[in-house]
Design a protein around this ligand. Structure first.
Ligand code: CP
Ligand code: NVA
Length: 308
């Protein structure tokens, strides 16, 4: 029996710690007993709208809806009338008459907030420039499976203060984890989101701390996490960023300062030789493919919770 307090999944901040615990518990059960949920979304239509590229998000949502007995509709932003100027507020009012939920990957975070207000169906954020909550549900599931708990675990994120850093701060804070973020000068996290995460962590016994030195941030970590130096939409900055992030690569030396049992996570896609060395990415501490698989299970739990 769920005690869910949220209608949309935009940032993770809309969840209580209990909501998050229930989602993770359900994801574990869905993963163990997929057949028990084969009709959970029977008769439900879920639109999947992409304004940016995707491999994992697209495939895991599409397969997830099918495995739950629902019907997924893949929609590309450039094929819809929004590509020709139809207001997104009109689009969501129309969609609300046809489908039961919308998952969207887009640029400005305000877009998903507008959709949640203007439409009458649950909105799931499949990545914006500032948040990637569905990825972090899968990450937290992976951490829970590995260590048996999230509470008190130290996660060090090395790199750009981007959507991944923001969602990890919020999801980690809700979990009572200790989140450390190490970024080069000028690339640190958004101050408002940092303050939100710090406030959340104060209620759960967790913490959120910013660092400038990756080695210092990694000492004693249970989880070492990184992401691309240039996100989607920042292609023009890629070369400059490569230079500015040169000393923020996750390599075996850095992994050695984490705990012996530490795991390496990456949301993918990864660039071996840039943010992570091939040794670490393909080494024994890397759980990146289990983590990618967990997108499917975590999102099935999310859709059951929002829709069933
Ligand atoms: N991690 C992630 O969201 O991957 P995609 O961009 O392939 O969906
Ligand atoms: N920060 C990356 C994450 C990709 C899953 C991006 O936004 O491109």
């Amino acid at each position: 029996m769920t005690t869910k307090t949220f209608k949309h999944m935009l940032t993770l901040e809309e969840l209580t710690p209990t909501d998050l615990d229930e989602l993770i518990r359900l994801a574990i059960d869905v993963k163990r007993h997929p057949d028990a949920y084969g009709t959970a979304l029977a008769g439900k239509k879920v639109a999947l709208l992409f304004e940016k590229a995707s491999t994992r998000t697209r495939i895991s949502f599409e397969v997830g809806v099918v495995e739950l007995g629902g019907y997924p509709l893949f929609l590309s932003g450039s094929d819809l009338q929004i590509g020709r100027g139809e207001p997104i507020t009109d689009t969501i009012r129309v969609m609300s008459r046809y489908v039961d939920a919308l998952m969207i990957r887009t640029y400005a975070h305000e877009t998903v907030e507008t959709l949640a207000t203007a439409g009458s169906i649950p909105i799931i954020n499949g990545l914006t420039d500032t948040h990637h909550p569905c990825q972090v549900l899968a990450d937290l599931l992976t951490i829970e499976e590995t260590f048996g708990t999230r509470q008190g675990k130290v996660l060090t994120y090395i790199g750009d203060g981007n959507n991944m850093a923001h969602s990890l701060m919020l999801g980690g804070a809700l979990s009572g984890m200790h989140i450390r973020v190490a970024s080069p000068d000028g690339y640190t996290v958004d101050e408002t989101i940092y303050n939100q995460a710090v406030a959340l962590a104060e209620t759960t016994g967790g913490s959120v701390t910013l660092y400038g030195d990756p080695a210092e941030a990694t000492v004693g970590a249970h989880v070492v996490y990184t992401d691309v130096f240039a996100s989607m939409g920042q292609e023009a900055e890629a070369e400059t960023r490569l230079a500015h992030f040169a000393s923020f690569q996750v390599d075996e030396t850095l992994m050695a300062s984490a705990r012996d049992e530490a795991i390496f996570l990456h949301c993918l896609p990864a660039h071996r030789g840039e943010e992570v060395t091939a040794d670490v990415m393909d080494g024994p501490q890397s759980l990146v493919f289990d983590q990618a698989e967990n997108r499917l299970h975590a999102q099935k739990a999310l859709m059951i919770t929002l829709l069933a």
